[in-house]
Design a protein around this ligand. Structure first.
Ligand SMILES: [Zn+2]
Length: 297
């Protein structure tokens, strides 16, 4: 028997969860048709790509995020284990604050990039805490979603606009928003009653070694997240907040991946950037706040 291609496999997987989708054009329900497309009741049609993702954007967007950047991000996460303590902490929080034991826990990662965080978190929640999970990742960057769907199966990957996400109301038990842009009105619309938003924001020491190297102006070296935290607390019912801080020794390769994936370096002279990753190894700090809020009633 011929092996099913990735497009059909993904379409079959998505068909089990097709009830979560709402057409991004007319808002009506959607169905997977002929294991080929997601189609709404007004016949707006979005095809699955051969890599298995579906593009649900209603207009095309050019992002600065290249294929190379996502490759660097994936390697830093999977081979460099740069965010491992953070990912474990997030999975633990999901377990502690959700009580679904029999039903499937639905997790949406908004701004998932190349998908490694979502894939890792779902794996830990499933194997470490014995909960069934369904992972959905969205990003505005097609390059990111394409890389995610190539690498990780049994997830739903969609190119989608955070301001107009292609889902019905109250579909997700957990929304992840890891070091990326937010849309709180959409998050509230998408969360189930009692659903959790887990937002990761940088704290003052985040990548401080890199920033100290790149910027000589102190105002660019320092970073305050107080406005972000304030806005979060205005929009969501407070559950928990904690600070996670650790340093990790990165080798030359990992440093290069880090430098490539971070927007901090985009406006910096190439020489200055290169001199950083020419070091054999360097201690790099991850310093973040983990904010957990509940759907505002
Ligand atoms: Zn439609």
């Amino acid at each position: 028997m011929l092996q099913e291609n990735k497009r059909i496999k993904s379409a079959k997987y998505v068909s089990h969860f097709e009830g979560i989708f709402a057409c991004p054009i007319c808002n009506s329900s959607m169905k997977v048709m002929e294991f080929k497309s997601l189609v709404c009741s007004n016949h707006h049609t979005f095809d699955f790509a051969k890599q298995g993702y579906v593009n649900l954007m209603t207009h095309s967007v050019n992002t600065k995020y290249s294929k190379g950047l996502f490759e660097a991000r994936r390697k830093l996460i999977t081979e460099g284990a740069f965010y491992k303590p953070l990912i474990h902490e997030i999975a633990k929080m999901i377990d502690e604050h959700t009580d679904k034991t029999e039903e499937i826990l639905s997790i949406l990662d908004t701004g998932c990039g190349e998908g490694s965080h979502l894939a890792d978190i779902c794996d830990i929640v499933r194997s470490g805490f014995f909960k069934s999970v369904a992972g959905v990742g969205i990003d505005i960057s097609k390059e990111g979603i394409m890389a995610a769907s190539k690498r990780y199966s049994n997830k739903i990957w969609a190119v989608a606009d955070l301001a107009n996400t292609p889902f019905k109301n109250k579909q997700f038990d957990v929304i992840l928003n890891i070091l990326s842009l937010s849309n709180y009105a959409e998050f509230n619309r998408l969360l189930t009653s009692g659903g959790l938003l887990i937002k990761i924001v940088p704290q003052s020491g985040y990548l401080k070694e890199l920033r100290e190297h790149l910027f000589h102006h102190p105002e660019k070296q320092n970073y305050s997240n107080s406005e972000t935290v304030k806005r979060f607390n205005e929009r969501f019912q407070f559950v928990e907040s904690s600070r996670l801080s650790y340093t990790i020794n990165l080798n030359k390769f990992s440093l290069e991946w880090l430098v490539h994936m971070t927007p901090l370096t985009w406006s910096t002279a190439e020489e200055q950037v290169k001199s950083f990753f020419n070091e054999d190894s360097t201690q790099i700090t991850v310093d973040v706040d983990i904010l957990i809020g509940k759907h505002a009633i």
